[in-house]
Design a protein around this ligand. Structure first.
Ligand SMILES: [Zn+2]
Ligand SMILES: [Zn+2]
Length: 875
């Protein structure tokens, strides 16, 4: 008999169990050519962050995958790390500085970066400990950081490779600019906000045209119309002088298919320097661009009296001036979508800037004897199934995004990040692109070199995450063995930001796919299906708080069971508390088993021939085999919720409700208890690693549970006949229990039962002990068949008939009194309802559905009266 605590206290065990795992080296897989590999690159949390529910979900699901594969004998690598998240991190540190009344320029680049590094070191160690709290069995010895030495060198190497392939170029192009962050933004870092704005109709030389941004008039160089628009046919190609607030200026009229003839008057002003659409129009027609808004979002020197105004101030001033000059025809209210920075919500200014770009349309990837563009290749790998996205419906979104991809602007005007590996000679203007800082100019040997001050888009480095973390550009054996990775698991909201860029960088950079499968989990929502938001703290669940209260295992289950790929999941505290009860159930069932076995039982290897004794044993072992088969299939298909639910139902139902109960009588079989317990703990382990490992430590096993083998289905251990019989027994016990409950039989009361069991007579005779004990039967007659018993509750099925004589079942005097009382109440109610339904006033004034409802109530009441009368007559 084993000593084991009565209740499971998660807090008492979790940290020490985690340490035991980590110290044992089991998280660190070896390159072992005799074993298959299984790899997950952990999506690196931002260096700014603390653990939120999104991370917790991702960690729980990935840990399930990794533990499962590890137990199946794969050399399983889960590689953790953090992302420097340049824009977010710099923003955070700047905010802290602002609170002290300082900004980054006060400190200078070097000092500022020191501050950032300090901040990041602190938050990275917080993240690490939080990842551990979730029970994540990741390989800390291989932990990486997007800005560490190796990854930085990988980034520079990739930049040089792309530059040499002519994929990276520097050019004047229109970009999304955040004046607050002082940086470019990628297309998908721009968010859209619905705003109520004004549409201004302005008199524009021979045109009247509508615009939401009159201040950009200062940068207009053309007017565009649709080629089929008859109103303007004769004007296309001509130049006009337009009266403006700073005097007359010249525009050219161009015809372009992209112009919507339905918008405004069908003619639009073209400001190539401050609108993406206009930039493209100007490029198509060879029209010049004139910049008027600077990088702080202010009007430039060429704007006369408006110089230095913000765009908003300028709009007001220019509208006023135009009204005075009679150039304003009318204004209208106008709803439209405003572009804002995803990080700081400042209005994005499109402007022309000298930036570094990746050309997405240049054929450079050699594949199948053809040269393909990074766009083509990225689409192809998903189309031909080299990469599978789960759920598949996200393919469409992926293709749409990829096909609409423009050249990717990779330079950011941030200090924090990978500085662009390009040096400019200050003497001869030579541009030197190099992995390492050059000592002198390659052209004139001058040592007067200056590195490009900009840094690279964070996605440039995180796009390389799966292979740079394995040592690339070195051809390491890890890279060879663990790459391509097996699964990339993340929230569906990050599909484009990150997953698409990983596919681009990997197919181009190393001519491999980054991962074989993409598993997208849903987002966590509140009980009512709302998004959890920091502005409504009452709806937010803090994972660390929940771990503290209910334990990690309960939190993990609450995020996995009921969660299907790509669909959102509702989470609330009671749900987590519910799974804590389940964890306790596991503990109690295991405790029961442990209290009934001795060391010899634990140490003896299970021998089915010798150790399986009863039909109850055969039944539970068969059920266990099917559970192993089904959950393994589910796990292989990434159906973790289904697998978890099946294990949950088995534990609660088959094991606790039946086998443990059966074992409390003559069926106690320690060998089978041990066998079932060991296998169940293994199946449960990926889901609830802590409690199962604690329990496992009582089983005298050499290895820890985390490194034990996943159970294998054994068809030799299927006993279908016994299963059928045992389920019949369970059915009879359940039926008698429900009948007892229905008739309010006191739980301790032993009842009399007569069973006509047909061909099951011998079987039930054999199971007399559990049947009597579990259904609380004091006197049991089992016959093959017989006459129907009067005055008894009859439970009739095709296989058996059970009769429970009423006199013995209940105290007839007490029951008569109870029923008579209930009958009086019901009759009173019947009378009232009948009166109401005869009342013309009620019938005329009440809505039909109310009348119908009352009629239904009356019918129900009358039915109950009849039932009670029948019961009374039988007593
Ligand atoms: Zn911003
Ligand atoms: Zn030079």
């Amino acid at each position: 008999m084993k000593e084991i605590e009565k209740a499971y206290e998660a807090k008492q065990f979790e940290d020490s169990i985690y340490k035991k795992w980590e110290d044992s080296g089991v998280f660190t897989p070896k390159v072992d050519k005799d074993k298959p590999s299984f790899t997950i690159s952990m999506p690196p949390p931002n260096a700014t962050g603390t653990l939120h529910l999104g991370h917790a979900t991702m960690l729980a699901i990935q840990d399930i995958m990794i533990r499962y594969k590890r137990m199946q004998g794969f050399s399983s690598l889960w590689l953790p790390g953090t992302d420097h998240a340049a824009i977010a991190t710099q923003h955070r540190v700047e905010k802290n500085l602002n609170e002290e009344g300082k900004n980054r320029h006060d400190l200078g680049r070097e000092k500022f970066l020191e501050e950032v590094h300090k901040f990041v070191e602190g938050s990275r160690s917080t993240i690490r400990s939080q990842i551990r709290k979730m029970g994540s069995s990741c390989d800390w010895s291989r932990e990486r950081f997007t800005l560490d030495e190796g990854l930085s060198s990988a980034v520079r190497t990739m930049f040089v490779k792309m530059y040499e392939d002519g994929l990276i170029y520097r050019g004047d192009r229109i970009v999304n600019w955040c004046p607050r962050c002082g940086s470019t933004l990628a297309d998908d870092e721009v968010e859209y906000k619905e705003v109520k704005d004004k549409l201004y109709w302005i008199i524009y030389g021979p045109f009247v045209l509508a615009t939401t941004r009159p201040e950009t008039k200062l940068g207009d160089t053309a007017v565009a119309v649709h080629p089929d628009d008859d109103r303007y046919k004769d004007m296309v190609g001509k130049k006009y002088m337009i009266p403006g607030v700073l005097g007359d200026f010249e525009i050219t009229v161009v015809a372009d298919k992209e112009v919507d003839p339905e918008f405004g008057s069908g003619a639009v002003k073209v400001t190539p320097a401050h609108s993406f659409a206009d930039f493209d129009i100007a490029k198509r027609h060879g029209i010049e661009a004139k910049s008027v808004i600077d990088e702080e979002g202010k009007m430039m020197k060429n704007c006369g009296k408006y110089e230095g105004m913000t765009t908003e101030q300028c709009r007001k001033a220019i509208v006023k001036d135009m009204e005075e000059m009679g150039l304003m025809e009318k204004t209208e209210d106008y709803d439209h979508k405003l572009s804002v920075c995803y990080r700081c919500k400042t209005t994005v200014e499109p402007l022309i800037s000298k930036q570094w770009f990746v050309d997405v349309d240049k054929p450079v990837i050699e594949h199948d004897g053809k040269k393909k563009t990074i766009k083509e290749r990225s689409v192809e790998v998903v189309k031909n199934g080299e990469i599978e996205i789960i759920p598949e419906r996200f393919n469409k979104t992926y293709f749409h995004w990829m096909e609409n991809l423009h050249d990717w602007c990779i330079s950011r005007q941030l200090w924090y990040g990978h500085q662009i590996p390009v040096w400019y000679c200050q003497d001869c203007n030579e541009e030197i692109v190099s992995v390492d800082a050059p000592e002198k100019c390659t052209n004139c040997s001058s040592k007067n070199l200056k590195q490009d001050p900009d840094t690279l888009d964070t996605w440039f480095s995180s796009g390389m995450w799966t292979f740079s973390t394995l040592g690339w550009p070195e051809q390491t054996e890890e890279l060879d063995y663990f790459h391509p990775t097996s699964v990339l698991e993340t929230g569906y909201d990050i599909l484009f930001f990150w997953i698409a860029r990983m596919i681009i960088m990997t197919t181009y950079g190393i001519n491999q796919i980054p991962f074989e499968k993409v598993y997208l989990h849903g987002l966590i929502r509140t009980r009512n299906g709302e998004k959890m938001s920091k502005s409504k703290p009452e709806t937010c669940i803090d994972p660390l708080d929940m771990i503290d209260q209910y334990g990690t295992d309960a939190l993990r289950l609450s995020m996995v069971i009921g969660s299907t790929p790509g669909n959102d999941l509702r989470l609330y505290e009671e749900k987590i508390a519910g799974y804590r009860n389940f964890v306790n159930k596991i503990w109690n069932a295991s405790r029961f088993s442990l209290l009934n076995v001795n060391n010899e039982h634990l140490e003896t290897e299970f021998d089915p021939k010798k150790h399986i004794v009863s039909k109850a044993d055969k039944w539970i072992i068969t059920k266990l085999q099917y559970l192993i088969k089904d959950t393994t299939e589910n796990m292989d298909k990434f159906l973790f919720s289904e697998a978890g639910t099946k294990i949950y139902n088995f534990t609660w139902g088959e094991l606790c409700d039946w086998y443990v109960e059966l074992s409390k009588g003559e069926h106690l079989n320690p060998h089978v208890l041990v066998y079932v317990l060991k296998n169940l703990l293994k199946l449960l382990h990926p889901f609830v690693p802590f409690v199962t490992e604690v329990l496992w430590s009582n089983l005298k096993e050499e290895k820890m549970l985390i490194e034990s083998d996943w159970p294998k289905f054994n068809k030799e251990l299927i006993f279908n006949t016994e299963v059928e019989e045992m389920e019949l027994l369970h059915q009879i016990i359940s039926d008698i229990r429900s009948a007892r409950a229905e008739h309010a039989v006191e739980p301790v009361k032993q009842v009399h039962a007569v069973i006509y069991a047909g061909k099951y007579k011998d079987f039930l005779e054999e199971k007399r002990e559990p049947l009597m004990r579990m259904a609380r039967i004091g006197e049991l007659e089992i016959l093959e068949k017989g006459d129907k018993l009067e005055k008894a509750i009859a439970l009739l099925t095709p296989h058996y008939e059970v009769y429970l004589p009423l006199q013995e079942l209940i105290d007839s005097e007490k029951e008569t009194k109870r029923l008579e009382k209930e009958l009086v109440n019901l009759k009173g109610f019947e009378k009232a309802l009948e009166g109401k339904l005869k009342n013309d006033g009620f019938l005329n004034s009440a809505p039909t559905e109310v009348v119908e409802k009352e009629k239904k109530r009356l019918a129900e009441t009358q039915k109950s009266i009849k039932k009670i009368q029948k019961e009374l007559s039988e007593l």
